[in-house]
Design a protein around this ligand. Structure first.
Ligand SMILES: Cc1cc2nc3c(=O)[nH]c(=O)nc-3n(C[C@H](O)[C@H](O)[C@H](O)COP(=O)(O)OP(=O)(O)OC[C@H]3O[C@@H](n4cnc5c(N)ncnc54)[C@H](O)[C@@H]3O)c2cc1C
Ligand SMILES: NC(=O)c1ccc[n+]([C@@H]2O[C@H](COP(=O)([O-])OP(=O)(O)OC[C@H]3O[C@@H](n4cnc5c(N)ncnc54)[C@H](O)[C@@H]3O)[C@@H](O)[C@H]2O)c1
Length: 470
């Protein structure tokens, strides 16, 4: 096919970010073209957020069924039907993906182009079927994909990533997980609690991305209760007929056979096929175009990024926000419309979840901690474990960040993130009502510690202005 199409804004990639960018551009009056090779729904619905949370939900059910004895309730031996677990994951996943595809089908037909795009000039794209697109502005929203480290690529169908693990017909007996970032932690714990014998490996000395020592220690002990954990190791894989042999060395060493190996070692942005040299953009040391997060614009060009491809906050709510920002700015280009970005926060859905918000101890002068081992409501429910640390700025105790590994932390993290984004101090947060008995009450201890430490004492050599008359 040949021919040249023209538009105001071309969006490459119909995932969460690209769909948001196209919507924003079209609703701001632009003639848009959206390009995707498959229109198969989003990464989130097909192979990301939703199937992983479905597997985790099954693991919660299994864990809860095994944990009833403390309440005096006997349920007998818990049997996990692996085929039924995986079938529900796929059935519900397929429903989410179908709904996404249906909403894509509502986009006017002339907007949707099927194909894979690459740059031939800063304002020109070529599709793999030969068509050319001339656009006033272009949004790149091509997402990210699993990285497969050297030495793992020849393991055939024994090698799993998030792209194919949800297609397993049965739960494996033995699973090795390489990488303890959010994907590795979530899926390793879910599989372990569904009865799979799991070993988790990471070349780093810490479970991925955890910055607070107390939170790390609490998470580590919970993870070690569920599986073999090997941090600070290099792992070599050897493909066999019906299994994979792993040998690891470093902080620990050993060898073992597994039925499958799940590689969760990061998801680099999908940039290779775009021929970015032709776009004339300045790239960072990861090969990602330099861009302004408040506009998503790449330098002074008419090219914008949105979603995982920007390689800064590869999370769903950021993909959606970044898409809207990029789409709006693509229409306005060369005028820029700056948008404040959200307070950064992420939640890893382990049990209990790990949440990381804003800045950390290194940036804050005041910290407050709380331990949930004796927290009232957590004890009532038999989930009394975990810790949290809050970070605040001096001198007023303004909250700036937090690390949590506590029951209910996905909800506590939202409250805290909203308070931080609104610039609240620990005192203001503590002035709010706290219902009893709730997990929210568990925040009070940490907030009080911060209040007691602020305002920061003036140095002794400065006038305090009191008491009067001296
Ligand atoms: C297992 C897993 C669990 C996750 N869980 C969570 C979670 O719980 N919470 C959370 O916030 N985030 C989670 N994430 C992250 C979240 O899924 C991503 O941040 C989000 O889906 C990224 O959206 P996107 O639009 O950037 O990419 P995508 O949805 O991947 O869209 C990219 C699109 O670009 C297309 N494309 C690629 N190259 C080209 C080309 N050359 N031409 C045209 N089209 C192209 C692709 O076909 C695709 O449709 C998870 C991710 C994974 C993998
Ligand atoms: N709940 C959520 O929000 C959620 C869930 C899943 C994924 N995600 C998103 O997906 C992104 C990708 O997740 P991820 O877990 O794949 O990546 P990641 O980059 O966060 O973690 C990868 C881990 O693999 C380790 N690693 C890398 N190479 C290795 C090797 N050769 N051998 C051993 N260990 C190695 C790293 O040290 C790191 O701990 C995340 O950044 C996150 O934004 C979010």
């Amino acid at each position: 096919m040949t021919g040249t199409l023209t538009c105001d804004v071309a969006v490459i990639g119909a995932g969460t970010a690209g769909l948001a960018a196209e919507r924003a551009a079209r609703s701001n009056g632009a003639r848009t073209l959206l390009i995707d090779p498959e229109y198969n729904g989003t990464t989130c619905a097909n192979v990301g957020c939703m199937p992983s949370k479905l597997l985790i939900a099954a693991s919660h059910a299994a864990h809860a069924a095994r944990s009833t004895a403390m309440f005096g309730i006997e349920v007998g031996k818990v049997r996990v039907d692996g085929a039924a677990v995986m079938q529900r994951v796929r059935d519900e996943r397929d429903r989410f993906a179908r709904l996404t595809r249906e909403s894509i089908a509502d986009i006017p037909e002339h907007v949707r182009l099927i194909g894979r795009a690459r740059f031939t000039a800063p304002d020109r794209l070529e599709l793999d079927d030969g068509r050319t697109i001339d656009a006033r502005a272009i949004v790149i929203a091509t997402g990210s994909a699993p990285s497969i480290p050297d030495g793992y690529s020849n393991l055939g169908d024994r090698l799993l990533t998030n792209d194919n693990i949800f297609e397993l017909e049965e739960l494996p007996a033995r699973l090795a997980v390489i990488g303890s970032g959010p994907i590795g932690l979530e899926l390793a714990q879910a599989m372990a609690r569904l009865g799979v014998k799991v070993s988790l490996f990471d070349r780093g000395a810490r479970l991925g991305g955890i910055r607070c020592d107390r939170v790390h220690a609490a998470l580590r002990s919970e993870i070690e209760a569920d599986m073999d954990l090997h941090l600070g190791v290099d792992v070599e894989a050897d493909g066999k007929a019906e299994s994979v042999g792993l040998a690891w060395s470093g902080r620990s060493s050993g060898e073992a056979d597994f039925d499958y190996i799940l590689v969760a070692t990061g998801r680099p942005p999908n940039l290779e096929s775009l021929d970015l040299r032709a776009a004339g953009l300045e790239l960072d040391d990861q090969g990602v175009p330099r861009h302004d997060r408040e506009t998503m614009r790449c330098g002074e060009s008419a090219i914008f990024l949105a979603g995982d491809v920007a390689n800064d906050m590869p999370l769903l709510h950021e993909a959606s926000h970044g898409g809207a920002i990029a789409g709006r700015n693509a229409v306005a280009c060369p005028v820029t419309i700056k948008t404040d970005r959200f307070t950064p926060f992420s939640i890893t859905f382990t049990s209990p979840p790990v949440a990381r918000i804003g800045k950390s101890e290194e940036d804050g002068l005041v910290t407050g901690t709380a331990d949930f081992s004796d927290q009232g409501r957590a004890r009532v429910e038999g989930i009394n474990q975990g810790v949290l640390t809050l970070y605040a700025a001096a001198p007023d105790g303004r909250l700036i960040g937090a690390d949590l590994f506590t029951p209910g932390s996905e909800h506590l993290a939202h409250m805290l993130t909203w308070a931080i984004q609104q610039g609240q101090t620990a005192t203001q947060f503590l002035e709010m009502p706290y219902y009893h008995p709730t997990l929210e009450e568990g925040l009070k201890q940490a907030l009080r510690t911060i209040c007691a430490a602020t305002p920061i004492e003036l140095p002794q050599d400065q006038d305090r202005g009191e008491p009067a008359g001296t």
